[in-house]
Ligand binder design. Structure first.
Ligand code: UT7
Length: 328
């Protein structure tokens, strides 16, 4: 079977207006700007309003991605939203978005792979296009982590922010597009990063709320060690499958979890910060939104030009990881 080459036709991002600074966090928990900046690289993050749910962030990012791709919502065949903060358990955020956009022809579903979700979504949706099943797909990574963050827990609340990044994917010339995907999971690490409450194991109840089970729990140091190892491994594997060398990379677009994790990935790839998209200082860790927001921002800022070789790489709860080699 001859596969159709698939790539990004347009990208867009949205972050809420409200800025939460390190200085403001100092008034909320026992922390300080110096600790946060040196341990993470984060200076501020965006927080969705009470009225904004994840589909609202998706909608704003999607409109820009569709515009940049030069297609209408009606032309979409598929919408995949990667998120761990859906508007509600069901219907899916993708279905809610389909209605908002008026994307009447599109199949729609959510995908749950935490911070790796966007790369999982790209791998997933691009197969439908490569096989000729669909022509255009909208893939979004979006999360409103502020809604599931415990703002009395200094181990987590300093890290997270809200946002959405979207791409329209479709057919591209043979020498462009996705050249490889590397996805993986290690369920044994699931307990390191989780929300236990509100699912079928611990349905929402007074008890689950009293125990704060509806908030993110994270064993930060363990996740850190995993991240440092897996980011390099996943990027290496995507390079190998694409037949590229480390020196071929024009831009690395990593998950924006911690500057020290990004730095370790750069060391492993023999790269410097000039060839890396970094925006966690402004947005913190936006889970599934981190990679697509960074990608859309790179495009906005003219940091990628046609023919550039990109590596997208992320890790997250699951535990999961994902990397992609992409010619822009
Ligand atoms: O998207 C994937 C999700 N997660 C991640 O990527 C997170 C990965 N992990 C990390 O980024 C880091 O582990 C953190 C930034 C979460 C923590 O940094 P760390 O260097 O691993 O610190 P630590 O957890 O080992 O804590 C060091 C110290 C502790 O104090 P003691 O026990 O040494 O007295 C903490 O209690 O820093 C303390 N601490 C803080 N101090 C000031 C922890 N959080 C804070 C804070 N402000 N916000």
């Amino acid at each position: 079977m001859n596969l159709i080459p698939v790539g990004v036709l347009g990208a867009g991002k949205y972050v809420p207006e409200r800025i939460l600074t390190n200085q403001e966090l100092e008034t909320m928990v026992e922390t300080n700007d110096e600790w946060i900046v040196t341990r993470t690289g984060i200076r501020e993050r965006r927080i969705a309003s009470e009225q904004q749910a994840t589909s609202d962030l998706c909608y704003e990012a999607a409109k820009i991605a569709l515009d940049n791709a030069g297609i209408t919502a009606e032309q979409l065949d598929l919408i995949v939203v990667a998120t761990i903060t859906p508007d509600m358990s069901f219907p899916s955020t993708a279905c809610i978005l389909q209605e908002k956009l008026g994307a009447k022809q599109a199949a729609a579903y959510d995908l749950s792979a935490a911070c790796s979700g966007f790369v999982y979504g790209l791998a997933n949706a691009s197969n439908f296009i490569a096989t000729g099943t669909y022509k255009y797909a909208l893939v979004i990574g979006a999360d409103s982590l502020s809604k599931i963050t415990d703002y009395t827990d200094r181990n987590t609340c300093i890290l997270f922010g809200d946002g959405a990044g979207a791409v329209v994917i479709g057919q591209v010339p043979e020498d462009r597009g996705f050249k490889s995907f590397e996805l993986g999971a290690d369920g044994s690490g699931g307990p390191l990063l989780k929300i236990e409450g509100g699912g079928s194991r611990n349905p929402a109840s007074q008890h689950s709320i009293d125990q704060r089970l509806h908030y993110i729990y994270m064993a930060g140091a363990e996740v850190f060690k995993f991240a440092v190892r897996i980011m390099g491994n996943a990027a290496d594997e995507a390079l190998r499958k694409a037949g590229w060398d480390k020196a071929d990379i024009d831009l690395l677009v990593p998950h924006q979890a911690n500057m020290r994790i990004i730095q370790a990935s750069l060391n492993r790839l023999n790269m410097t910060e000039e060839k890396c998209m970094i925006n966690l200082d402004k947005y913190g860790n936006m889970s599934a939104a981190s990679i697509p927001v960074a990608l859309a921002e790179a495009a906005e800022q003219g940091r990628v030009k046609e023919g550039d070789r990109l590596i997208l790489v992320g890790f997250g709860g699951g535990l999961t990881w994902g990397a992609a080699a992409l010619v822009w």
